[in-house]
Design a protein around this ligand. Structure first.
Ligand code: ATP
Length: 452
């Protein structure tokens, strides 16, 4: 990272400020599982809302969907997941640890963490075996008559199996898309790296159905569009890159895939994949279900199986990228300050209201009234505990763009101080117009003040 942000610093801030906790911590934690606290929830909601706005609200050609986590088991046979959604694993007979064969060069040897598995004399690795990543479960109370099922490992298949419903009922003609945000589950065996890779996570996936001849054009369009989305919400351009997959990396369904990668503290890693899935999925479900998934023009009778372009992003990885990119340590007036320079539309809290002298009922009364006015329109926080400097630091660490301070002068001239998280500029404004000033500033275009 250009500005020396380590994963440890992010994990520590996320925990200290209640963004993310290790899951089931009182039982010793569960590898690759995390729980989101108050600010983590608010921030995750912002990530999803910005994605849905860009995908659905700001466009005329994409509609929303919320499909089930547990689908008919045949969906996963037809999609190729039962047979092929696997990772190659190797076991070490000596240290009894398990590694992903394709991640050996990023893994630590169980006995000598400074080496990679296979590099010490004691390492005794098995041949690679394929391990299916889907979590299995059973539908039905009676074990013998129950039906084996899976927790979805991606949200995309729920979209494909609803293609006909949406195409008919929403009367859509390709090119059109279906967008979905929801949980997905994968029995990942590579632990670590915080919320980058977890057993359950949320995906933001959109399947864009296009006339076959236009597939390449839309594939390129969506790579550009998605890259722009990250930049629009404050990720620095130099920390993003597009990496086209090599032919031997491509999934069974894909005729072209590019990853948008972010320079995480663990190195360049996938943030989102954009795949040209061709007609693989619609054909596979047509064959397996007997229902023709194609587009038919009711007027001319023209019919074709659309090709599909899929931008597939992860909510949790995106949140991690926002945390990493915004994390800043600096010294202000000889004192260290940690601040999340988050885009105001991503920041969990937009404004804090701080009474300077908490013992004064006049001051807290004015502050409370202002807070109540503000929280009707934005996520606001009221904080009257501790010294003002500590309260500012707390808001800086959760990335709150503005703080309004009410003090003795407020009682004299009805003004408050507005403090800008990024510039640290403080100016007095009339309390009567404070709400409008905050809304106005939040709506302004924002670019990170962090150096490129
Ligand atoms: P990776 O190669 O990192 O395992 P993938 O190529 O299998 O990812 P996709 O199937 O393309 O991932 O899923 C789309 C997006 O979902 C990813 O870009 C990522 O943001 C997110 N994602 C996938 N697996 C996980 C996971 N285990 N934990 C968190 N996010 C995930």
């Amino acid at each position: 990272m250009p500005d020396d942000v380590t994963m440890d610093k992010i994990v520590s801030l996320a925990r200290r400020r209640g963004f993310v906790f290790p899951s089931s911590e009182i039982y010793g934690g569960l590898g690759s599982s995390y729980d989101y606290g108050h600010y983590g929830v608010l921030m995750k909601e912002n990530v999803k809302a910005r994605w849905l706005e860009a995908m659905v609200r700001e466009r005329d050609d994409i509609v929303a969907l919320d499909s089930s986590v547990i689908l008919h088991p045949r969906v996963w046979e037809a999609s190729g997941h039962v047979g092929g959604f696997t990772d190659p694993l190797v076991d070490c007979r000596h240290c009894k640890r398990r590694y992903r064969a394709d991640h050996i060069d990023q893994s630590e040897c169980g006995a000598r963490p400074s080496k990679h598995p296979g590099e010490t004399e004691l390492c005794d690795l098995t041949e690679a075996r394929q391990f299916n990543l889907m979590f299995q479960t059973r539908i039905g109370a009676v074990e013998e008559t129950g039906l084996d099922a899976y927790l979805r490992p991606e949200t995309a298949q729920g979209i494909f199996v609803n293609f006909k419903n949406v195409a008919q009922i929403a009367r859509r003609k390709p090119p059109f898309g279906i967008a979905q945000v929801g949980k997905a589950f994968r029995n990942e065996i590579t632990p670590g790296n915080f919320i980058f890779r977890t057993l359950e996570f949320e995906q933001m996936e959109m399947e864009f159905f296009v006339p076959p001849a236009e597939a390449d054009k839309w594939y390129r369009y969506w790579i550009d569009e998605r890259l722009r989305w990250y930049i629009r919400f404050g990720i620095r351009e130099e920390n993003l890159r597009v990496r086209p997959h090599e032919a031997d990396e491509l999934s069974h369904y894909s005729s072209g895939t590019s990853d948008i990668e972010y320079l995480f503290p663990i190195g360049w890693s996938e943030l989102e994949g954009i795949a040209n899935r061709g007609d693989f999925d619609l054909n596979a479900h047509t064959e397996a279900s007997g229902t023709r998934l194609e587009w038919v023009d009711s007027g001319s009778g023209e019919r074709f199986v659309p090709h599909v372009i899929e931008p597939a992003a992860g909510v949790n990885r995106t949140l991690l990228a926002f945390l990493v990119d915004s994390y800043t340590e600096e010294v202000v007036a000889d004192r260290p300050r940690t601040v999340l320079r988050l885009h105001p539309e991503i920041a969990p809290v937009k404004v804090a209201v701080l009474p300077l002298i908490p013992r004064s009922d006049d001051i807290t009364g004015r502050a409370q009234r202002l807070y109540e006015e503000l929280r009707k329109v934005v996520v606001a926080e009221y904080d009257d505990s501790g010294q003002i400097g500590r309260r500012y630091r707390r808001q800086d660490e959760i990335g709150t763009p503005y703080a309004l301070t009410i003090d003795e002068q407020t009682l004299e001239d009805d003004t408050v101080t507005i403090r800008d998280r990024d510039s640290l500029e403080q100016v007095r404004i009339p309390i009567a117009g404070a709400r409008e000033v905050v809304l106005d500033r939040l709506a302004q275009e924002w670019k990170t003040p962090k150096p490129e």
